[in-house]
Design a protein around this ligand. Structure first.
Ligand SMILES: [Zn+2]
Ligand SMILES: [Zn+2]
Length: 363
């Protein structure tokens, strides 16, 4: 079974033939169909996010259930599934209080299965699976709760992107209590997540959706998803530009990039009582400065949204229906397709800041 393995930070992924154990209790074997290349994988490759190595990366994907272990009741062989990168346990405090995306047990067991062991081996080495998935591999063993079946009308590349960037982006808007019809919005970063935030704002009929990026081609691309105005932060001060476009600031600002500078700008670009949402993953240890007087006197809020800030399975169902009704464009997010062997090329394109999402299609 072929998979792309990260053995060392700052080194290319290696395509290896791995040994895979069969699924244990409550686990399934999934044949991977499509895997998305996400900045969170790239952060691990570059050492900006820490994972035990060696590991099969990839947490945005879709596949078909091929084999089920003992006690599996949620899915059966042949089910076409979105894969959730949080396999929530259902019993911990976070799961019980309505935040399964923050499941403690899932976090504690990390890139190992729930019994603490791994299912992949290479010459005696244990290989971890990012988010209990590791979608950069032909087959995956995952907990059954990672699998969310979708109707046949949903193409697998659409299901794959709903697994991470679409849920993370659209969910950060539609699951936020502060979102309101006709609001004004600024979105920092126009990658797969940022473009999905833009579409979330469009679902709320936002009257202004200001896209901010440092690449003109990405800004141009963002109009396709609902941006009404664009700001190139290399050419203009984005905060000033946003205040000018909105008569003093936006109702909501989203940092889909995740850096000290973009989070600071998101908060500064708010109107009084506005809400900024941090979505993009910053580097480990990074902190963002907040102007405390501006923040308090203008009664601003800064909140964060992890995996759409709600149950991923609930958000998946909403997004699938939006897609089927033609209200959510997932197809156009995909601009590049690779084979597993070309995965490093795909990450180079991501690093260069090319438009949209790259995906791997498995044979
Ligand atoms: Zn991701
Ligand atoms: Zn839990």
């Amino acid at each position: 079974m072929k998979a792309a393995v990260l053995y060392e930070v700052d080194q290319p992924l290696q395509i290896r033939d791995l040994l895979q154990d069969p699924p244990k209790g409550n686990e399934v074997r999934v044949k991977t169909e499509v895997a998305g290349l996400c900045a969170s994988d790239h952060h691990v490759m570059k050492g900006r996010a820490i994972q035990p190595l060696p590991i099969v990366l990839g947490h945005e994907g879709a596949g078909i259930v091929e084999e089920v272990g003992e006690g599996v009741t949620r899915v059966k062989p042949g089910d076409r599934c979105i894969l959730s990168f949080v396999s929530n346990c259902g019993h911990c405090r976070q799961c019980r209080t309505g935040n399964p995306q923050l499941c403690d047990t899932n976090l504690d067991t990390g890139p190992r299965q729930y019994d603490g062991t791994v299912r992949l081996h290479d010459n005696g080495d244990e290989i971890a699976q990012m988010s209990k998935l590791g979608v950069f591999s032909e087959y995956m063993i995952t907990p059954q709760q990672a699998c969310h079946p979708v109707p046949d009308e949903v193409p697998m590349h659409v299901a794959a992107l709903i697994g991470c960037c679409v849920t993370t982006g659209v969910g950060s808007v539609i699951n936020m209590p502060a979102a309101s019809v006709g609001m004004t919005v600024a979105v920092f970063g126009c990658g797969g997540v940022g473009l999905s935030v833009i579409q979330g704002a469009r679902l709320f009929n936002a009257r202004k959706i200001i896209a901010v990026d440092i690449y003109d081609h990405k800004l141009e691309f963002s109009y396709k998803f609902g941006a009404t105005d664009v700001v190139n932060a290399r050419e203009q001060d984005p905060v000033e530009a946003i205040r000018e476009l909105t008569d003093g600031g936006v109702d909501m600002a989203f940092d889909s990039f995740g850096s000290a500078r973009t989070t600071n700008s998101a908060v500064m670009a708010l109107r009084k009582a506005g809400v900024a949402v941090l979505i993009g993953l910053g580097a480990v240890g990074e902190t963002a400065p907040i102007d405390m007087v501006d923040f308090l006197r203008n009664q601003k809020s800064l909140v964060s949204s992890y995996y759409g800030a709600a149950s991923p399975h609930e958000t998946f169902d909403k997004l699938v229906s939006f897609y089927l009704k033609g209200e959510l464009d997932v197809d156009s997010l995909i601009t590049r397709t690779y084979s597993l062997d070309e995965i490093n090329e795909g990450f180079s394109a991501l690093e260069r800041g090319e438009d949209g999402r790259g995906v791997i299609r498995f044979g």
